[in-house]
Design a binder for this molecule. Structure first.
Ligand code: TMP
Ligand code: MG
Length: 214
């Protein structure tokens, strides 16, 4: 029997360097002979993803709750493929997941428990690596694009909500499921921190996949 793949999530604010590190992790795993694939959330390719995409680019207006549920539905429509990959021994690296779902919607003012509930039962990541940058360091990075949530005051509220999300993960699923990674410094320095965390969870390949928030 092949070992299952690992389910690794990278989370963080916009400009935390997630996408750069996600592709580096993917390349390193493949170079080492592992099978791996990237799953970006939102997945803007699907029909639901296209609705989310036009909302984020301010081409469409949607009720806050409705768009929250679309983000969650976008995860559910990808969830069977994720589980299949894991069973096939493919490591799945997700660029954002349900944790962004809660943090961004709660930062907009929706009740935290409402935000968490539609994702109950999704596959639980083996680890979530949360990339942290100070507001000062974030401000020095490349300018925000033009998407809806790329504003400093909202991002500060998102950061506060991510702290509550971290508490919930640690309480419900154990402290090792949510790991903060200092994302300040060079790309290489951040990468070394990420890689050491990924090597530390190798043994999870023998464990069954758990369910989020259960
Ligand atoms: P991206 O910049 O990683 O493509 O993500 C697009 C935006 O969508 C980003 O500002 C975070 C936000 N988001 C949510 O509001 N809810 C979610 O469930 C996810 C996955 C992302
Ligand atoms: Mg973005």
């Amino acid at each position: 029997m092949v070992n299952r793949g690992l389910f690794i999530v990278l989370e963080g604010l916009d400009r935390s360097g997630k996408s750069t590190q996600v592709s580096r992790l993917h390349d390193q795993l493949e170079q080492d002979g592992h099978k791996a694939r990237i799953q970006k959330f939102p997945d803007r390719i699907t029909a639901i993803g296209k609705m989310i995409d036009s909302y984020l680019r301010s081409e469409a207006e949607l009720d806050d709750r409705a768009v929250h549920l679309l983000f969650s539905a976008n995860r559910w429509e990808c969830c069977q493929a994720i589980e299949q990959s894991l069973q096939d021994g493919v490591t799945v690296i997700a660029d954002r997941y349900a944790f962004s779902g809660i943090a961004f919607s709660a930062a907009k003012g929706l009740p935290f428990d409402f935000c968490a509930s539609p994702d109950i039962g999704l596959p639980l990541p083996d680890v979530t690596l949360y990339l942290t940058v100070s507001p000062a360091a974030a401000a020095k990075r490349a300018a925000y694009g033009t998407e809806r949530y790329e504003q400093v005051d909202l991002q500060n509220r998102v950061r506060e909500q991510f702290k509550l999300v971290a508490d919930k993960v640690r309480t419900m699923h154990g402290p090792d499921r949510w790991v903060e990674v200092d994302a300040e410094g060079s790309i290489d320095q951040v990468w070394e921190r990420i890689w050491s965390q990924v090597k530390a969870i190798e043994s999870k390949k023998g464990e069954q996949i758990h369910r989020l928030w259960t």
